[in-house]
Design a protein around this ligand. Structure first.
Ligand SMILES: [Zn+2]
Length: 94
């Protein structure tokens, strides 16, 4: 458990990755990645860093998801109700 989180911290400190990228890199399911992200957020906060969700868009209408604080992606666009959305990238800021 701890090692997955450590690994996520290492990876996201180096580059932006989607949950799918992380799931491939770690060999775990995407669902588990989201669960780990919640804990990763808390551990990096202790060292004054932040787990950031980069802004991403609805691919149908261009609606922009900014400053999202939840790590699970939305199912639908609040504006046009499309589920054709970009995947959010995560990154740990210094
Ligand atoms: Zn939309």
């Amino acid at each position: 458990m701890q090692t997955y989180r450590q690994r996520i911290i290492e990876l996201l400190s180096e580059k932006e990755m989607t949950a799918r990228d992380l799931s491939r890199a770690l060999g775990i399911r995407e669902k588990e990645v989201y669960r780990h992200l919640e804990h990763v957020e808390k551990s990096v906060a202790r060292t004054g860093r932040k787990l950031v969700v980069k802004s991403f868009q609805c691919l149908s209408c261009g609606y922009s998801f900014r400053d999202r604080t939840r790590y699970t992606p939305p199912g639908r666009c609040p504006r046009c109700k499309s589920s054709y959305l970009e995947k959010p990238f995560y990154r740990i800021s210094a």
